[in-house]
Write a protein that binds this ligand. Sequence first.
Ligand code: AMP
Ligand code: GLY
Length: 423
Amino acid sequence: MKVLLIGSGGREHALAWKLAQSPELTKLYAAPGNPGIAEHATLVPVNTEDNDAVVSFCKDNAIDFVVVGPEAPLVAGVADRLRAEGFAVFGPSAAAAQLEGSKGFTKDICARYDIPTGAYQRFNNAPKAKAYIREQGAPIVVKADGLAAGKGVTVAMTIDEALAAVDDCFEGAFGAAGAEVVVEAYLDGEEASFFCLSDGKHALALATAQDHKRVGEGDTGPNTGGMGAYSPAPVMTPEMVERTMKEIIEPTMLGMAESGYPFSGVFFAGLMITKKGPELIEYNVRFGDPECQVLMMRLKSDLLPILYATATGTLDKVTAEWSDDPALTVVMASKGYPGSYDKNTPIKSIPEAGEGAKVFHAGTALKDGALVAAGGRVLNVTATGKSVGEAQARAYALLDKVEWDNGFCRRDIGWQAIKREKA
Ligand code: AMP
Ligand code: GLY
């Protein structure tokens, strides 16, 4: 099978690494890819923001299957265009991608199908949103409706903080994403991420993970795209997984189909495990980054037929087998991230990773033949172990051999799970 992978981050490096192990793969292309992905794929300079360019490439190169990594091309309709041209695609239609693109859309599906989530209201003006906040009291959560690069959410501990967040949204702090605001009840509990494939009719549960969104140790400081993750999430017991499937995933799949937007791709459910059980915080319609890296380390089955079955409505015919060993990844980022940082700083050396370990590339590039850091999150140092503690020790031992002066990382990835292991 000739496959085109769209994307250029650590998530796509992990997907490329895993796809490249498939006996069914004859050729892997990646657009635009990165130097790590280039170990497994031929990089092609196709503009992935231009759906016509993607379609032309697929036609010219007789591509059998397209795997879309990030959300932006999905929201822009790349999967719709490719499907209309007869290509098999892993990733939802633009209409189904609203599940990530619009928090209000998702909340309305939850309300109609009785999916557990925080009580909420949608607003298109500040006075009404503020009146509702005053009525509900704090803590309360204010969210810009649209895609705001993970920055559109304020978990307000006071009413004043919530009111200020409403002003930020309507005054344009998040651009068009803030033209509508969702105000929702604060959920108290432990967060977990759950990944599940859907072909529109069948669902295949994959695995669970926990990430670390804050830049600072002890989960402090500003939010980022994720500073590290581990899988599985101990809070997601088999009972919680079963409840998540029944109470959240299956009704969502049904709701999407009945609304005319059958969902084909990966449900990445952000959950809060509260006293009542799993409640939905949000959906993403793509693999998490860096959660995907730890999932791929644990997946024992061939990824390619599983993704292809998702795209072709035959998910009931495949299974996914997972290693019981936890995997953990530590993100190395450019100093200054998530604020401003220097670009093109040299990465002198990346160590050879042995069995059960891998350094995935995220924001790297080649400049005059030398490897440089070209983005905020740059490397994902990943390892497995018999426990999260062992995976963590192995990941940091490998990370300490990376020679990159402008890089930094958190030293406490996995702390929640390790605290449990020690208890
Ligand atoms: P989101 O972008 O919707 O995932 O929100 C970002 C983060 O805000 C989540 O990972 C949670 O930590 C937090 N959050 C979002 N919604 C809620 C909620 N209703 N209650 C408590 N925390 C929340
Ligand atoms: N790591 C969080 C995300 O991919 O959205």
